[in-house]
Design a binder for this molecule. Structure first.
Ligand SMILES: [Zn+2]
Length: 206
């Protein structure tokens, strides 16, 4: 027999529990439909009459989750976490750092997820007014990244021909200055030219 006992960080736990619950719900619907057929349309039955106990259903859901993982297409789209940054929210409701289900997490626990996360910015004007909602990512990923790679093919610097596969996609107008993560604002930059650009000092004002 196998006995389960595991410890996961809050985000990993939410991913596992979310999928498990989703499959569990499917199995519950199947059990319910089976009981309905067994008892007939007009007989009353309760969850105690279902073919499986909740624990059995959860165990079956875990196995089903593993089975589906084995049959998932290799090029299937992986789910990515979405981080919503609430700007101005803290002035009337205090600072929060929590997951969609309300679990409070430390900002540090999010760091490992940043390079695969989507980030959306929500600017509040008061408790009930959202001034601006910008869906954006800090990093170029997926199709946008690929489009820029294909378009530029090498480092943006005119004297550099480092191929795109050894370059990063850089923001032309920096993210920190409000530059958006869109194709128009992206370009390929080799490590050297990417770093050099960020070291450059601002020109003194005239
Ligand atoms: Zn370069």
């Amino acid at each position: 027999m196998w006995f389960g006992d595991l410890r996961l960080d809050p985000l990993s736990g939410a991913i596992v529990a979310g999928q498990l619950r989703r499959i569990e719900n499917e199995l519950f619907a199947a059990d319910w439909a089976e009981a309905k057929q067994r008892f007939g349309e007009h007989m009353t039955f309760t969850t105690a009459d279902l073919a499986r106990t909740p624990a059995q259903r959860r165990a079956d859901a875990l196995v089903e989750m593993a089975t589906r993982a084995g049959t998932a297409p290799v090029d299937g789209r992986r789910p990515e976490p979405l981080f919503s940054v609430l700007v101005g929210f803290e002035s009337f409701a205090g600072r929060i750092c929590e997951m969609a289900d309300g679990t409070v997490v430390s900002p540090g626990s999010l760091v490992d997820w940043l390079d695969e996360a989507w980030i959306e910015r929500v600017v509040f004007d008061g408790p009930s007014r959202v001034l601006d909602l910008g869906a954006a990512t800090r990093l170029f990923t997926g199709a946008t990244r690929r489009a820029i790679q294909l378009r530029d093919r090498e480092c943006f610097h005119e004297m550099c021909s480092e191929p795109a596969k050894r370059c990063e996609v850089d923001h032309i107008e920096p993210w920190s200055a409000g530059g958006r993560t869109i194709q128009r604002n992206g370009r390929m930059a080799c490590g050297f030219h990417n770093r050099r650009r960020h070291r450059r000092r601002k020109r003194p004002p005239p």
